[in-house]
Design a binder for this molecule. Structure first.
Ligand code: ATP
Length: 317
């Protein structure tokens, strides 16, 4: 379990993380979302004791990171790709980490097998592809067999096979009862991987809820309709006080009404329907709606302060 209480980080005037309070629980994959610069990496660095909070507190299974004996056996993390010595082999890189963390040598072979790097274990890592590098970073995170795992943008730059592999791994780790905390900008991928979401904007907590609840609350489902009697059905729907949105290709959508009600209204007026389907909103839509406000505020505040706007500074030496 990871517990944050009022966690705050300032860099001069800039408040990168602003009184964050939430708990990352075991047994599920928790996604960590936020627009660029919202404070995700800073938060993760504070969890690992790499940055010191200006205020507040963060605990790993009840303890501060720097109080953990052999921390890799409590929490494993992937923060940045290729953060290792390129002249070493994958095997030696992991062996050094194991030896300095009181981890038995046999774990090196085990984690290399888990991440599929056994065949290249003795090769120098500087020749590794991005995907192999991510696998090695994940092997290091798994080395101490920790109960808590944290991954910052683990699928960045990976091919579909690599992305699928990481997704499966995270779900497996959570199913084993571990705590899995992962950030990503790839909404479609996050929608497939995470059960729970923590969303931040400008360093502040915007949501801490299940994936299903987050999407429903922030986007809401809609009903898609196609009919050859378009004008008459529009009159009926407007007459019933429903808001209709055109979606192109002759279809339209209604929010805030069950398909049953629309079907019954059409039947009462003897109107033909060619389609009546519930549209599940995407995580991306929900995320964009929730964070748009904080991004807009940011843009306005910058403009008001005479700060940098889109395109400023382009072409200057
Ligand atoms: N060492 C630092 N010194 C000054 N400002 C910093 C420092 N590290 C981060 N910041 C600022 O703090 C804010 C949060 O940055 P952070 O990297 O944590 O965001 P993020 O959510 O991880 O962004 P991204 O999605 O782009 O990776 C940003 O405005 C960033 O410029």
């Amino acid at each position: 379990m990871i517990e944050l209480a009022g966690l705050t980080k300032r860099y001069g005037e800039k408040v990168a993380v602003n009184r964050l309070t939430f708990t990352v629980r075991p047994g599920v994959v928790t996604g960590f979302l936020g627009p660029n610069g919202s404070g995700k990496s800073t938060t993760m660095r504070m969890i690992l004791g790499l940055d010191h909070p200006t205020a507040g507190d963060v605990r790993i299974d009840g303890k501060h990171y720097d109080r953990l004996k052999d921390p890799l056996t409590y929490i494993g993390a992937l923060l940045e790709a290729k953060a290792w010595h390129g002249g070493r082999s994958a095997y030696h890189h992991l062996l050094c980490l194991a030896q300095s963390n009181g981890i038995p040598r046999q774990r090196v072979g085990e984690v290399l097998e888990t991440v599929g790097l056994t065949a290249v274990a003795r090769k120098k890592t500087k020749g590794f592809s991005l995907g192999m590098g991510q696998r090695l970073g994940i092997a290091a995170a798994l080395l101490g067999d920790p109960r808590i795992l944290m991954f910052d943008e683990p699928v960045n730059g990976l091919d579909p096979e690599g992305i699928h592999w990481i997704r499966t791994l995270m779900k497996t780790l959570a199913a084993q009862g571990r705590t899995v905390f992962v950030s990503s900008h790839l909404m479609s991928e996050m929608a497939l991987t995470a059960d729970h979401l923590v969303v931040i904007g400008q360093g502040r907590l915007l949501a801490d809820t299940s994936m299903a609840d987050f999407v429903e609350r922030n986007a809401g489902s809609r009903v898609r309709i196609r009919t050859p009697q378009r004008e008459r059905l529009l009159d009926v729907l407007h007459g019933a006080g429903l808001t209709v949105v055109e979606t192109g290709s002759g279809a339209f959508e209604v929010a805030g009404s069950a398909p049953e009600r629309i079907g019954e209204l059409a039947a009462q007026h003897r109107l033909v329907l060619h389609e009546l389907s519930t549209q599940q909103p995407s995580l991306e839509e929900a995320f964009m709606r929730l964070t748009a406000e904080s991004v807009e505020y940011h843009a306005h505040a910058d403009a008001a302060a005479g700060g940098q706007r889109w395109g400023d500074g382009w072409g200057r030496g």
